[in-house]
Design a protein around this ligand. Structure first.
Ligand code: HEC
Length: 185
């Protein structure tokens, strides 16, 4: 009995050191604060390009500018981006952790949970990672719906021969914002 107690005691400090306190609430609000300006600039860029040269111009703009916009909104030590189970640009394909969380989001959405509630943060291998669902709005259908104009389809095929990000309906889970930052040692 006594021996067992001692054994438990000896495990205690180890357990404490293995899990340093991480303020995930603080990290989550930092992550959440980075999303609206990123999202806003993506939408503004698409809108401006559509106004200047129609949807075809906007596809070119997304193709050229989306990665740069993500880089611009990545404030050290944070990195922001977008991912999805069905991606247009293979560079946005989910890694193992993102895929697992996206699949959980998809299940929760299928069970009727509102997309705004689909968010998840977690410490993974010394990093804080955060995923927040992106819904499909009507404005997205011209490029991600099932009735994409032929001229646009040609362009999409040209830039994204492996495009999977089509056939979405309004209200569908389109993907997620994905943020990560290494934790301080
Ligand atoms: C003008 C066409 C166009 C419109 C409108 C548009 N997108 Fe996209 N979308 C694209 C292109 C092109 C890419 C690939 C960008 C890249 O190369 O990184 C993309 C990529 C994405 C990605 C990143 C994952 C992936 O598939 O590569 C998400 C998420 C996304 N779009 C969501 C949306 C949402 C939500 C809307 C509506 C609010 C929207 N898009 C409207 C053209 C469009």
């Amino acid at each position: 009995m006594k021996r067992r107690y001692l054994m438990l005691l000896s495990l205690l400090p180890l357990g404490l050191h293995a899990a340093p306190a991480v303020d995930t609430t603080q990290l989550q609000s930092e992550a959440q604060a980075l999303i609206p300006p990123f999202q806003h600039q993506l939408l503004a860029t698409v809108k401006q390009a559509v106004a200047e040269g129609g949807p075809a111009k906007a596809v070119e703009a997304c193709n050229l500018l989306a990665p740069g916009i993500a880089a611009q909104h990545s404030k050290a030590p944070w990195q922001v981006g977008r991912t999805a189970l069905k991606v247009r640009n293979p560079d946005n394909a989910p890694d193992t952790w993102e895929r697992r969380v996206l699949e959980q989001f998809a299940q929760r959405a299928a069970a009727g949970e509102p997309l705004e509630q689909l968010r998840h943060g977690e410490v993974v291998n010394g990093e804080y990672r955060y995923l927040q669902a992106i819904g499909t709005a009507e404005a997205c259908l011209g490029c991600h719906g099932s009735n994409i104009k032929p001229q646009l389809l040609t362009l999409l095929d040209q830039h994204y021969p492996q495009d999977q990000a089509r056939g979405f309906k309004e209200g569908d889970l389109r993907g997620a914002f994905s943020l990560r930052r290494p934790l301080d040692r």
